[in-house]
Write a protein that binds this ligand. Structure first.
Ligand code: FDA
Length: 581
């Protein structure tokens, strides 16, 4: 039997697998990707693309290309609750960084913009970059099983075109094979939670709905229709795919019953009902059913096999975290594999992937499911939970228009309930406040800064080890450059300033001594980069002569508050710890 050899074998070409391949190829690591079907995602699926993910794309040099396919932030912002698109509106919430205060926080947090990119448009950007940069990509190739030993993993795959089975020998295997991951099952990852806690159907269609939506541009239009449900409460979601003529409807079904029979006529009737206008020409382009899951893995790896993405965190689309978290898993693991394969780091560095990403996966799964529950107060406020009588439900909804006590209290309850959905539709902290604790983060002896505002809502910048490097704009030769642009790209970066020359010398010496990619950058008047507004001085939390050591994934590995007597010894100790050497 023929045996293909590779450094890292990746199973799956979704957001996780494609970005892992793109990153590894960018870092110069030999890798192969196999994926079951003859092409990538064929439906829009995930779409909300948050700033942290855009930073990964920026690091990969793919931000501009992704923006070609993106619907920009200002068209994402009115989260509408209504009886139908053509019918009565119940309320709106400014979302996804479009509230002016939130917008300011977004602008301060990152050089990138949160956008909407349907998964079937984003995957080709990642996959294309991977293949172009060196990934040996094999479509129509299915993972079957693997055996691992001391030096590598032997994986059996099936070429679905030729119907032939062959083996691939890899040093490491990544299971990015989605919510029904065979790889995760084969390595027996400990899973917590439940699959199939709810049922949903997706209907994709084309229809020009500009007249109902262009004045309140949004990604999501929530339609509440008591009595018109399929075993649920009667809430449907009309999701923008492309403004304003491509759409996806998500409509719940009773998970205790078999999935409904889907036909074009049924799909069209759901579309017409949620749009509230039967005269609109509708072209149904597809439909499918899927289940809502609440499950995460407590550990992401076993030996030489690592899982990422939906393989280890399975949750509903609320908060739009699915593909974001998957891409960020890849950003965490790829540089570690690269350094271990290049001999610059010890194998124990790979354990930090579990320590850093598994808590994030749990947090994301719990948050996404909690957000579903937090829609309850909207139904409550409209009087939809206190009765099963559909006429009474409609009367209760109407009562919010009355000038009496009940009307006033319903109006207030509804406003409050919609405002509370900020935890789903504008949870900037959930997206940006990730902090790691692991062997790949070295304490500087100080206490972790407590969050001074709600950590789920408000991003709090810090250079505390384990946090993502704060973004501020610097300048060089009249050009604006983000601090995040100085770091990443597969190497460690040491940021210092005036009085930090010993750190720069130490970084140069240790890059050679340890064989690790490490560059030093000095910030301040007359240095490599100017800090014209003093933003770095105000946010770096170190003295000018101190340093911040930043990992290839833009997270702070270690920092020193000021210069020290022996910078080289201090930096060597920190680097050796981070690299498990
Ligand atoms: P993903 O599932 O994307 O990719 C898995 C890959 O592995 C695929 O390429 C698959 O072909 C491949 N594969 C699987 N088994 C294999 C095998 N044995 N051999 C080889 N290849 C194999 N999220 C959201 O935020 N909003 C939304 O609206 C939706 N909607 C939605 C609809 C549907 C129908 C699905 C299935 C999912 C969603 N999601 C979603 C979830 C979102 O799509 C999901 O979180 C990400 O795609 C996860 O990315 P991964 O790369 O981890 O898995």
């Amino acid at each position: 039997m023929t045996m293909l050899e590779t450094g890292v074998l990746i199973v799956g070409s979704g957001p996780a697998g494609s970005s892992a391949a793109a990153l590894l190829s960018t870092y110069g690591i030999d890798n192969t990707l196999v994926t079951r079907y003859r092409w990538l995602a064929d439906t829009p699926r995930a779409h909300i693309t948050n700033q942290r993910t855009m930073e990964v794309l920026r690091d990969l040099g793919l931000e501009e290309q992704a923006m070609l396919y993106a619907t920009h932030q200002e068209l994402m912002g009115n989260n509408v609750f209504c009886a139908s698109l053509a019918g009565e509106e119940l309320g709106r919430m400014r979302s996804w960084g479009n509230d002016p205060h939130s917008k300011a926080r977004h602008l301060k947090a990152s050089p990138t913009e949160m956008v909407d990119i349907p998964q079937d448009l984003l995957e080709p950007v990642l996959f294309g970059a991977a293949a172009k940069r060196g990934t040996k990509a094999r479509l129509s190739t299915e993972y079957l099983s693997h055996i691992q030993d001391e030096t590598g993993v032997t994986v059996t795959v099936r070429d679905r075109v030729l119907d032939q089975t062959f083996e691939i020998r890899a040093k490491y295997l990544i299971g990015a094979d989605g919510g029904r991951s065979q790889v995760a099952q084969d390595i027996g990852l400990p899973m917590v939670g439940k699959m199939g806690v709810g049922g949903s159907m997706n209907i994709t269609f084309k229809a020009d709905l500009s007249r109902y939506v262009a004045h309140r541009p949004s990604v999501l239009y929530w339609v509440l229709q008591p009595g018109s449900d399929v075993g649920g409460i009667g809430m449907g979601l009309v999701r923008m795919v492309r403004p304003w003529d491509e759409w996806l409807i998500v409509w719940g079904y009773d998970i205790d019953q078999p999935p409904p029979e889907m036909t074009d006529d049924f799909a069209r009737s759901v579309v017409h009902s949620l749009v509230g206008d039967d005269t609109i020409p509708v072209e149904i382009t597809g439909y499918s059913t899927w289940t809502v899951n609440h499950m995460y893995a407590k550990r992401y790896s076993s030996g030489r096999v690592f899982c990422m993405g939906d393989a280890v965190h399975r949750h509903p689309p609320s908060n739009g975290l699915g593909s974001n978290t998957s891409i960020q898993d890849a950003f965490n693991l790829a540089w570690k594999l690269a350094l271990v394969l290049n001999g610059a780091a010890g194998e124990k560095l790979l354990d930090s992937y579990n320590a850093e990403r598994a808590p994030i996966g749990k947090q994301v799964v719990d948050r996404a499911n909690k957000s579903i529950g937090e829609t309850g107060p909207i139904f409550q406020a409209l009087g939809l939970l206190s009765t099963k009588d559909v006429d009474q439900m409609r009367a209760n909804m109407e009562s919010r228009k009355r000038p009496d006590v009940e009307g006033r209290s319903r109006r207030k309850a509804l406003r409050d309930a919609i405002a509370y959905k900020v935890y789903e539709f504008d949870a900037h902290g959930v997206e940006m406040n990730q902090r790691y604790q692991s062997s790949a983060v070295v304490s500087d002896g100080s206490a972790a800064p407590a969050f001074t505002q709600d950590p789920e809502l408000i991003y709090q910048a810090t250079t505390y080890p384990g946090a993502r490097l704060p973004h501020v704009w610097l300048e060089r030769s009249g050009r604006q450059v983000s601090t995040l642009d100085l770091v990443g790209q597969g190497r460690f970066t040491l940021l210092t300033g005036i009085g930090g020359d010993d750190w720069v010398a130490a970084a140069e010496a240790l890059a050679a001594e340890l064989g690790v990619p490490l560059t030093a950058v000095s910030i301040g008047p007359g240095r490599d980069y100017e800090d014209p507004f003093g933003d770095w001085a105000n946010s770096s939390e170190i003295a000018d002569g101190g340093c911040v050591l930043v990992r290839p994934d833009q997270f702070v590995a270690w920092r020193s508050m000021d210069t020290t007597a022996d910078c080289q010894a201090a930096l060597r100790t920190a680097l050796r710890a981070v690299l498990s050497r």
